[in-house]
Design a protein around this ligand. Structure first.
Ligand code: ASP
Length: 324
C-alpha cells in the first residue's frame, strides 16, 4: 500500500530570517498549510497525483502572497504575463501556457492544454483564447495586481530601468551554508509549485509563476518549460523548481534530476543536491526545488536563504518551513 505524499513550494529566496515579523511568518505558514491541505484532501479521497498538484497550485495562485495568479509580479510595461506547466508521470503527458494575461488560474489552462488539445505548449493571446474556449474563468488583467507588486516595480525602475528583479535573494550558498546579502529585501515572494505521489504509484508535478519584476515583455522563464521548471516520470521522480529561470533553462534543471536517477543510478537526494549545490551555482543559478521519487522520498534543497515549502505524508502531521 503506497502512502500518498504531497510537497509544495511558494518560491525560493524567502524574506531574510532577521527581517521576517511573526505576523508575516504566520501569514505565509497559514497560506502554505491551506494549499497543502487542499491537495492532501484530493489524495485522501483517492484522487490522482495530477489532481492534487493542480489543486494545490490553484490555491497558491489564488493567494496574493505568492508570485503566481493574483499577486503576480509586473513586467517592465506594468503588465502581467503568467506562465504555468503541469506533467503527469504515468503517461508523460504534459501541458504548458506562457505569457497569458487573462486566465485566472494559469495552471488550469496548462492542464486543459494537456487534456483537451493535441499540443503541449500555447503562448500569448492564443493561450488565453484557448482557456476561454475551454470555459475556464477569465478576468481583467488588473485582477492580478497588488499594491505590493506595483511598489516593487516602481522600486526596480527607480534603481535603473534595466534592473530585473528576481523573487530571490542573490545569496547562492555552498553546502557549508555561507551566503551573501540578499538583492532586495522587499522582494522575496516567489513562484509556486507542487509535486505528488498518489496511492496508485503515480507522480505528477505543477509549476506556476508571474516571472520576474521588470522582466522584458515576452520573456519566458523556466516554469512553463517541461524539463526545466517542471517534470514528472513514474520511473524516477516529480520535480518543480523555483529560481533564476534563465539558469534553470540552461541546466534543463527538472529533467536533470530525473536523468541523474535514470542513467546514473543516483538517489533523489544525491541528484537534487548535485543540481542545486553544484551545477546551478556554477551558472549563477540561485534557487531551489521540491521533488518526490516513486518510493515517496522527498527532497527540498535550495541555495538561497530560504524557500517557502511544505509537505505532508498521508496520515502524518504536515511539515512547513521558510528558512534553513
Ligand atoms: N523561475 C521563475 C522565473 O524565472 C521565477 C521564480 O521562481 O520565482 O520565471
Amino acid at each position: 500500500m503506497i502512502k500518498p505524499v504531497l510537497a509544495i513550494h511558494g518560491g525560493a529566496g524567502a524574506i531574510a530570517r532577521a527581517q521576517i515579523t511573526p505576523e508575516t511568518r504566520e501569514q505565509y505558514e497559514y497560506a502554505l498549510r491551506h494549499a497543502l491541505a487542499g491537495g492532501e484532501r484530493v489524495l485522501a479521497e483517492g484522487g490522482l497525483a495530477l489532481d492534487a498538484v493542480a489543486e494545490a497550485v490553484r490555491l497558491l495562485e489564488e493567494c496574493p502572497l505568492f508570485n503566481a495568479g493574483h499577486g503576480a509580479v509586473f513586467t517592465r510595461d506594468a503588465e502581467h504575463e503568467l506562465d504555468a506547466a503541469i506533467m503527469d508521470g504515468q503517461s508523460l503527458r504534459c501541458g504548458s501556457v506562457a505569457n497569458v494575461r487573462t486566465v485566472r488560474n494559469p495552471i488550469l489552462a496548462a492542464r486543459a492544454v494537456m487534456e483537451h488539445s493535441p499540443h503541449v505548449f500555447f503562448v500569448g493571446h492564443n493561450a488565453d483564447a484557448f482557456a476561454r474556449a475551454q470555459g475556464l474563468a477569465c478576468v481583467d488583467p488588473t485582477f492580478f495586481s497588488t499594491t505590493a507588486r506595483r511598489e516593487q516595480l516602481e522600486a526596480a525602475q527607480r534603481s535603473g530601468s534595466e534592473t530585473i528583479i528576481l523573487d530571490h535573494d542573490s545569496a547562492v550558498s555552498n553546502t557549508d551554508g555561507q551566503t551573501a546579502a540578499p538583492i532586495d529585501e522587499s522582494n522575496k515572494m516567489g513562484t509556486v509549485g507542487a509535486v505528488a505521489l498518489d496511492s496508485y504509484g503515480n507522480l505528477a508535478a505543477a509549476t506556476s509563476t508571474g516571472g520576474m519584476t521588470n522582466k522584458w515583455p515576452g520573456r519566458i522563464g523556466d516554469s512553463p518549460i517541461i524539463g526545466a521548471g517542471c517534470y514528472a516520470n513514474n520511473k524516477t521522480c516529480a520535480v518543480s523548481t523555483t529560481g533564476k529561470g534563465e539558469a534553470f533553462i540552461r541546466a534543463v534543471a527538472a529533467y536533470d534530476v530525473s536523468a541523474q536517477m535514470e542513467y546514473a543510478g543516483r538517489s533523489l537526494e544525491q541528484a537534487t543536491n548535485q543540481l542545486i549545490h553544484s551545477k546551478l551555482p556554477a551558472m549563477d543559478g540561485a534557487g531551489g526545488l521540491i521533488a518526490i521519487d516513486a518510493q515517496g522520498n522527498i527532497a527540498m534543497p535550495f541555495n538561497t536563504e530560504g524557500m517557502y515549502r511544505a509537505y505532508v505524508v498521508s496520515g502524518q502531521a504536515p511539515f512547513v518551513a521558510i528558512h534553513r
